[in-house]
Design a protein. Structure first.
Lengths: 113, 113
DNA sequence: CATCATACCTATAACAAATATGTATAAGGA
DNA sequence: TCCTTATACATATTTGTTATAGGTATGATG
């Protein structure tokens, strides 16, 4: 499932989208750049990943969309809803749990059951 | 793709299997417990996940298998090959990169591009 | 003798990311 | 003017992997 980001990506688009849009509203194209920049180029999501993610999250009521006409071009701004923020908290918790589990295994020098 | 481990699992089975079997050989059933215990119950992989992973890794030459008869029962011990260890190094690198990227986004309090 | 833990296995489903396209406008350069 | 690039949206299809749900068989326990 991986080329540009090489594995370890499941759940990441939803998590980072909900997170970034929980602080400020953004439109898709802007969000894609924001993810790339904010992650230090570590996470690069193509439009074909981000737009379906946005639509899915909106459909589930986790994002709210608002169209704006800017310089003769339509932009669709999204922001995380209250429900989306609850989901975000749960996702962050899951993410840290998995993370700690993997770290524990990677760091382990000795012993096994 | 997620129930027991709720998302964030892509690539994880390959990573933790290669890692644990790079230090000591184990058989599948033992490995499943080891993953659960070593991760502090954070990562629980079912047999239907682990066995196909083992077979796939062996087929790719990243693991070496060795059958043993113990107490009248066949056990298949696996250990990570040199090629598998190279793959492990690459995977750990990828994992830390993605991880840092996500952390950077989650921790970020201010600013966006 | 029945049940549970051990120990292996595989087929199918489910699901999300990656890829490849496609449309259309504005801006900038030749 | 024309061409190209950046912007801005969109979706269909492919791909790849985990999750689930089965199945077989032995040894130990009560």
């Amino acid at each position: 499932m991986a080329k540009t980001n090489a594995a370890f990506m499941s759940g990441i688009p939803e998590l980072v989208v909900l997170r970034l849009l929980s602080r400020s509203q953004m439109y898709g194209y802007e969000l894609i750049r924001a993810i790339r920049l904010a992650s230090g180029e570590s996470i690069v999501l193509a439009e074909g990943v981000v737009y379906p993610t946005l639509h899915g999250l909106e459909h589930r009521g986790l994002l709210k969309a608002k169209e704006k006409l800017v310089k003769g071009r339509v932009r669709v701004y999204y922001q995380t809803t209250a429900k989306g923020k609850k989901r975000l908290v749960a996702l962050e918790s899951d993410w840290h749990r998995i993370n700690n589990g993997v770290e524990a295994i990677l760091r382990r020098l000795i012993c096994q059951s």
